[in-house]
Design a protein around this ligand. Structure first.
Ligand SMILES: [Zn+2]
Length: 102
C-alpha cells in the first residue's frame, strides 16, 4: 500500500476532515484582523473552511469561526469575509483543479 502524507484539517463549519490544500484558511492576525489567507502562511490563529460559500454561510450562521478563532467576530467582519470568500472561491477552485499532484 502506498502511503502519502496528506495533512488533514477540519472544516470548522461542517466538521469534515479534508486535505489542508482543499481548505481555505481564515486567520486572525496578531493585530486582531480577521481575513482570508490563501497562502496559508500568515501568522495568527487560523481556522479552516471548505472552499465553498455554503460552508462559509454555515460558519456564519453557527458562529463556528468565532469559536475556532476564540474571538467574537462582528457581523460586518463576516460580511466582509463573505465578499472576500466569493471573490477567492473561483481562484481557489481553479488552483485546485490545475494543481494536479500525482
Ligand atoms: Zn465544510
Amino acid at each position: 500500500m502506498k502511503q502519502r502524507k496528506v495533512p488533514l484539517r477540519k472544516c470548522v463549519a461542517c466538521q469534515e476532515m479534508m486535505p489542508k490544500k482543499q481548505l481555505i484558511r481564515v486567520v486572525r492576525t496578531p493585530e486582531g484582523e480577521v481575513q482570508i489567507d490563501l497562502t496559508g502562511k500568515k501568522s495568527g490563529r487560523g481556522a479552516y473552511l471548505c472552499g465553498s460559500v455554503n460552508c462559509f454561510k454555515l460558519a456564519q450562521k453557527t458562529k463556528a469561526l468565532d469559536r475556532a478563532l476564540k474571538h467574537p467576530i462582528a457581523p460586518e467582519i463576516y460580511e466582509q469575509l463573505a465578499r472576500d470568500f466569493v471573490s477567492v472561491e473561483d481562484e481557489f477552485q481553479s488552483a485546485m483543479s490545475t494543481d494536479d499532484e500525482q
